[in-house]
Design a protein around this ligand. Structure first.
Ligand SMILES: NC(=O)c1ccc[n+]([C@@H]2O[C@H](COP(=O)([O-])OP(=O)(O)OC[C@H]3O[C@@H](n4cnc5c(N)ncnc54)[C@H](OP(=O)(O)O)[C@@H]3O)[C@@H](O)[C@H]2O)c1
Length: 290
């Protein structure tokens, strides 16, 4: 089984390093070539285009920013489809709009190539050990064909049926992430402004039913605002755009998602886009100074 990875940003690099670690033959492409350096050192072959990745791979995993980027690497000049061959499958791990996924999947399948959507929960820090949680949609037999690889990437994978389902659920997941980061940011800011140690707030929160992985983990770094980026605030803002667009397309009224989109958009425009998404606390702190 030869695996291709297109998009070696934070997540793609970690997935690739793990697949090399467990012995897969991996070919990668990234638009900005220097982001393939660590993978090259670990033994990955570096391709000059998505077309080249397709020619050299059975399963091609796309891990790029958004639906425009997925379209570009699949259908663009020297894209995956120009290197298509029998038995090849494209599996998209990017977080994208389920409506776009349905269109992309339809076009790829009409051209005789298998397509899966495999969005994940968990960042590069868990991807490096193959411990992501995967949501998969597409044909069941295609999921089964590549399940060994999916099981290597993720410690749990959920097969969810029809195209578009996995991405819809992934968007609901990322809504949780956005809200949790905001509520912790505001709780910590409130405690600090009231003159108390926010660690006490976390200690009590984490003694209750309302604790989360985030309040037990990253929240401590949020207090000191020293957070190594694993998922950028700009990418979470991108997901809030997608969540709101998707909600509009199915007449779902999500008032909190609208407010969250505005806050993350304002933070990105104020220059906080490149930091970790939990750095939203730094933006909230700035607001208190005004
Ligand atoms: N990081 C996480 O924790 C995490 C978890 C789950 C899902 N995701 C999703 O996974 C995807 C990648 O996330 P990431 O954190 O790895 O982001 P990232 O570090 O910002 O990387 C983005 C990747 O997309 C590529 N890209 C962007 N626009 C492109 C285009 N038009 N054509 C070709 N390539 C393009 C970038 O290439 P360049 O290097 O050339 O810019 C880069 O490889 C996103 O959809 C994100 O929402 C991320």
């Amino acid at each position: 089984m030869k695996i291709g990875i297109i998009g070696t940003g934070m997540l793609g690099e970690a997935v690739g390093l793990h697949l090399l670690d467990v012995g897969y033959d991996v070919t990668v492409f990234n638009r900005t070539e220097n982001k393939t350096e660590r993978l090259k050192q670990k033994g990955a072959s570096i391709a000059e285009s998505p077309k080249q990745v397709a020619k050299d791979s059975d399963l091609i995993i796309t891990i790029v920013k958004d639906a425009d980027a997925v379209n570009e690497v699949i259908f663009g000049k020297s894209g995956i489809m120009s290197g298509k061959h029998d038995g090849m499958c494209i599996a998209d791990m990017s977080t994208v709009n389920p409506n776009s996924t349905r269109e992309i999947s339809k076009q790829v399948i009409e051209d005789g190539i298998d397509y899966m959507e495999i969005p994940v929960m968990g960042g590069p820090n868990v991807a490096i050990d193959g411990k992501l949680v995967m949501m998969a949609s597409g044909k069941k037999e295609v999921f089964e064909k590549f399940k060994t690889v999916f099981d290597s990437i993720a410690e749990q994978s959920f097969y969810l049926g029809d195209t578009g389902t996995a991405h819809s659920i992934k968007l609901a997941m990322n809504l949780q992430i956005a809200m949790l980061a905001l509520s912790l940011s505001e709780g910590i800011t409130l405690t600090k402004k009231a003159g108390f140690d926010p660690e006490i707030f976390l200690k009590i929160l984490n003694s209750t039913y309302f604790k989360t992985g985030m309040s037990e983990g990253k929240a401590h770094q949020m207090i000191s605002e020293s957070i190594e980026p694993t998922f950028t605030l700009a990418n979470l803002k991108k997901d809030l755009d997608t969540i709101n667009d998707t909600a509009d397309s199915i007449d779902a009224e999500l008032p909190m998602a609208k407010i969250a989109r505005k806050i993350y958009t304002d933070a990105t425009e104020a220059g906080f886009g490149d930091i970790d998404y939990t750095g939203i606390i730094s933006y909230i702190k700035e607001l208190s100074k005004k």
